[in-house]
Design a protein around this ligand. Structure first.
Ligand SMILES: Cc1cc2nc3c(=O)[nH]c(=O)nc-3n(C[C@H](O)[C@H](O)[C@H](O)COP(=O)(O)OP(=O)(O)OC[C@H]3O[C@@H](n4cnc5c(N)ncnc54)[C@H](O)[C@@H]3O)c2cc1C
Length: 461
């Protein structure tokens, strides 16, 4: 493989298993990152504790509580940005889907904290001055420095939070949700001033420097990884569509040609966000995994039609300019802990697993792929998989599971064990539609595969 780096030279060697460690196991990257984030939160609370004014009366308690909610919300806002800055360490070790889930969870807490912050600050201040809450809140917003922009920023954040709630998100177009999300940066810019100008804890130089450093690093990470790096890479690699071929009805492979692609060093199992610079596709950058690299200077993705974007891809013309951001994703050989591996694919979830099937270092007999599809024609890339299985001494099991038929699930523990008898001692790589992934997870766990040996990636971000 020219452009996907996976140790092709080790194809038929047992070799060292990437990620296998001797001695005491190191903490998972996810645990390390969470430890850093929680330490930061403790730091924020300590800052408040050592700088808080003495609390007097109910109003004092309310304002104090409002201050804490505000400081923690200020901290989580910076984290929200950092988590979505596409920092390679997070994307490659923890995985984009997991980082996105953390971001979504932190976002929900941030909205709650913001609401409490506003209510407690305004109510406490009105109580302190014995003033009617509504008119006093209005005056306060108009008179206090930076409070009007902060209020506008807060409303924007609230709107983003509402659109991201799953009930609403299911009903709005992905693009609407995405572009509204981008206003988060404006909202944070608007709210930043009032934090330093009005926050009682930010009068000292140390506290102000820490806060500036937090927000500046978040802004720099976004500019560097989401703007500068993609621009630089795309100007350098100059990607263009080479060809589009039909793999099955509604499923297409797109070959993309570029220069110096080896510098991108994508690993098997990773994906890019692809923006095709042509009518109807320019505005969205959709994630698609690499499904192989059939030659030098070429990358290949395989796309199943599921909506507007994926349908238009079928009509791409050779020569169309392509902007790709990546590589991203943690469904790689680095996750592997055991010698024996089962690759369990459902439908178009075959794409990342096909490259792993070809490149994971393994002895003959160590690799098994179980590939589920709704019909024979949906078993895309089958000929390639058969060739890989034959050349590597791997096992390929293709299972056709038509929808709506009253048959036992092919994903029960018993059904999976019928394909791989010593299943419990395998590492499993799992990718497919959400329903299939959930059923496979249950089947694998029942069959005795520990959760930490099931490596998966969700195609729904
Ligand atoms: C890490 C990853 C790897 C993927 N690899 C493949 C692959 O190799 N082959 C393949 O066929 N599909 C893959 N997908 C799924 C593919 O990205 C979506 O099916 C496609 O983006 C749908 O877009 P659409 O406009 O055609 O459909 P729509 O009906 O408009 O969207 C369907 C759903 O796809 C998701 N989606 C749409 N646009 C985006 C976007 N820009 N970013 C993230 N999610 C989006 C949203 O959840 C949306 O609700 C992958 C997804 C992820 C997250």
């Amino acid at each position: 493989m020219a452009a996907i780096h996976g140790g092709a030279g080790a194809r038929s060697q047992p070799g060292p298993v990437p990620g296998q460690r001797s001695g005491a196991p190191l903490p998972e990257p996810a645990v390390l990152v969470q430890a850093v984030l929680w330490t930061g939160l403790i730091g924020v609370l300590a800052l408040w504790w050592f700088t808080a004014h003495p609390v007097i009366g109910v109003a004092g308690w309310m304002i104090g509580a409002g201050d804490i909610f505000g400081m923690v919300a200020g901290y989580t806002c910076a984290l929200l940005v950092l988590l979505m800055a596409r920092i390679p360490y997070l994307e490659h070790t923890i995985g984009s889907d997991r980082v996105a889930r953390w971001h979504a969870k932190a976002g929900r807490y941030t909205i709650i904290l913001l609401v409490f912050h506003v209510v407690f600050e305004y109510w406490g201040s009105a109580l302190e001055r014995q003033a009617p809450i509504l008119s006093f809140s209005w005056q306060m917003t108009m008179i206090f420095p930076y409070l009007l922009p902060a209020a506008i920023g807060g409303l924007l954040l609230f709107a983003v939070g509402v659109v991201s709630a799953s009930v609403v998100r299911r009903r709005v177009l992905y693009e609407v949700w995405y572009f509204l999300h981008l206003t988060t940066y404006v909202a944070l810019f608007l709210t930043f001033g009032h934090q330093l100008a009005l926050g009682a804890s930010f009068t000292g130089t140390f506290a102000r420097t820490c806060w500036f450093a937090l927000y500046l690093s978040a802004a720099c990470a976004v500019l560097y990884y989401r703007v500068f790096t993609p621009v630089r890479r795309n100007l350098r690699h100059r990607l263009r569509v080479e060809s589009v071929t039909t793999e099955a009805p509604g499923t297409y492979s797109v070959l993309v040609r570029g220069s110096r692609l080896d510098e991108l060093a994508p690993r098997p199992g990773q994906f890019f966000r692809w923006r095709f610079l042509t009518k109807g596709l320019r505005l969205s950058a959709n994630p698609y995994s690499l499904s192989g690299a059939p030659g030098p200077g070429l990358l290949r993705i395989t796309i199943k039609q599921s909506g507007d974007h994926s349908a238009r891809v079928a009509h791409l013309r050779p020569g169309t300019r392509v902007w790709a951001e990546g590589p991203y994703g943690a469904l790689t050989a680095a996750r592997r802990r055991r010698g024996k591996v089962l690759l369990l694919a459902g439908g178009v979830g075959i794409t990342p697993l096909r490259t792993l099937f070809e490149t994971l270092p393994a002895a003959p007999g160590d690799l098994t792929m179980v590939y589920l599809a709704r019909s024979e024609s949906d078993l895309v890339l089958r000929a390639e998989l058969e060739a890989v299985a034959a050349s590597r001494g791997g096992t390929l099991r293709c299972v056709v599971d038509p929808p709506g038929e009253d048959r036992p699930s092919p994903l029960t523990a018993a059904a999976l064990r019928a394909h791989v008898d010593d299943l419990a001692v395998h590492d499993v790589y799992l990718c497919g539609p959400p329903g299939m992934m959930a059923a496979a997870w249950d089947g694998l766990r029942t069959a005795g595969v520990p959760a930490r040996h099931i490596h998966h990636e969700s195609f729904a971000l």
